[in-house]
Design a protein around this ligand. Structure first.
Ligand code: FE2
Ligand code: FE2
Length: 161
């Protein structure tokens, strides 16, 4: 919903597409949790008990990460390229080739949600906003003010859903 809001405000692509990209961006985590549960537990242990960033723990324990897994599955499912890119590159937006704007919106929305505590508890991205993403959608401080202002409404909608 935060991604959708940013896309409406910055007039980036179809907000419905961006909403879907935001919804699916971490689908690789669900797949890892389902199909590699033991390793997923080891990853969460490092994240929770050793304060290791989720992505680092994945790369260390698995040698790959949820963005790569999600991207591979999304391609196998024949999802639209924009969704494949959002899933694959939401932690490295500068690598998106066709839709850097949508990928950047998802990256920034993910960071905002993390900063306000809407993440998987330990997957804190706070402070890791990619400068490429900020400039690629021309995000200004007034935009951030607007997002912050609308967050309580979004959070209420999430709780009511
Ligand atoms: Fe992620
Ligand atoms: Fe995320």
């Amino acid at each position: 919903m935060v991604a959708e809001l940013i896309s409406q405000e910055k007039k980036i692509k179809n907000p419905d597409t961006v909403f879907t990209a935001g919804l699916l961006h971490d689908m690789g985590k669900v797949i890892l949790d389902q199909y590699n549960f033991e390793k997923f537990n080891l990853i969460m242990d490092r994240v929770l008990n050793m304060a290791m960033p989720f992505l680092d723990a994945e790369n260390k324990i698995l040698g790959y990460n949820h963005a790569q897994v999600g991207g591979i599955i999304a391609r196998k499912w024949d999802l639209p390229e924009v969704l494949i890119e959002a899933i694959s590159f939401h932690h490295r937006p500068q690598e998106a080739k066709e839709n850097p704007d949508v990928v950047s919106v998802v990256h920034i929305a993910d960071n905002i949600c993390s900063m306000i505590g809407y993440d998987c508890e330990a997957d804190s991205l706070a402070g890791n906003v990619d400068q490429f993403a900020v400039s690629s959608i021309n995000l200004h401080s007034d935009d951030v003010d607007m997002i912050v202002e609308k967050l309580p409404e979004i959070m209420k909608k999430c709780k009511d859903a």
